[in-house]
Design a protein around this ligand. Sequence first.
Ligand SMILES: [Zn+2]
Ligand SMILES: [Zn+2]
Ligand SMILES: [Zn+2]
Length: 368
Amino acid sequence: MAERIPIPCTNCGREKYFEGLCYWCRIEKERDEWLVMPDEEIEKKKQYVIDNIEDKDIIYQYFRPLFHYRAINTADIAKAAFAKEVYYPHELYRDAFPETVDKMINLLLTTPDKTEGSSMLCCLSLVKEDPGNKILNAFLELENNPREWRKKLYVDPSRYADIGGWTFEKDGTRVQLVYPQAYPFVKGDREKDKAAIMCVRKDTKCSHCSCQMVDMLTIDGRDERLSFLGIDGVIKALTCPNCSSVYGPTYCRYTVNGESEVLEVSDDAYLDENYMTDEDLTEFENNNFVLAREPVNPLYGCKDDITHMIGGMANWVQDTEYLDCPCCSKKMKYFAQIQDYILGSGDGTIYFEVCTDCQIIGMAHQQT
Ligand SMILES: [Zn+2]
Ligand SMILES: [Zn+2]
Ligand SMILES: [Zn+2]
């Protein structure tokens, strides 16, 4: 049998088994084309989406990059989508007009249909502004007085709100689970910009699998770009890269002086065997990613699974996973994602969440 010969990516040299660009370089190239597209062209494409709102391929091909990369206002798109009962992707409704929101809420509260009900929960959760807490109150109404179709759903409305990065307590208090600002990582000189660094090896080893521990993420909250995190110092997300890229969630307790210690919550989060080689760790540590100079749309990193990012919203591979703080039990707040491919292996994402009250970082992992 002929041996399969790996072919290097024509851009980055990463080995794969097909010609041309690798998966990551192809997405990056597409993204860069969208980022430099003239505004006039963006407007034309947006109109094209509105005119073809029922065409799933056009939505996929045009709406998603327009929305995630160029942060277009979706009010007119939402209006057109609602008129045609198009509810996916839910991001169509991000900037919905107040009139559209009113119609959506009305449908949510009156529909006898489970699919329609859950679609409305998803779409409404993603609407950016909620003046007068109309959306929150509708969710609360359903949570307290479930309709017949609720029995056919897996979770309560408060869990649907997660999709939009918020939730609410029983008394109706809104809780934000994400930060409104966002900065992606870009290739750059780590010596010149240390605001956010991925993967620094430690001297200690994992007590379960013996892999070398790493500060998966080091963040200097005093850097102006990251001031939105409200962290007055340097914090480090300490974990075992082997265990946390397979199981998790893992947790650490931090100080703003950059000292972290592992906080063991459950034995299930760890592996017995170390699959990570020294070369993997070296490659991981030698990454040349730095924080971008300019902020992006908070949903920039939700387009695909290649973007490492601080802030904004996560690209959940599976369902949203906001951890409960192991100390105070409150929902932790999402603040970063790192894609596994930086580890040289794996194809999943590590999500970083924080409880600033208890000074605890949680790291959840999801597999593609
Ligand atoms: Zn490549
Ligand atoms: Zn380990
Ligand atoms: Zn806490």
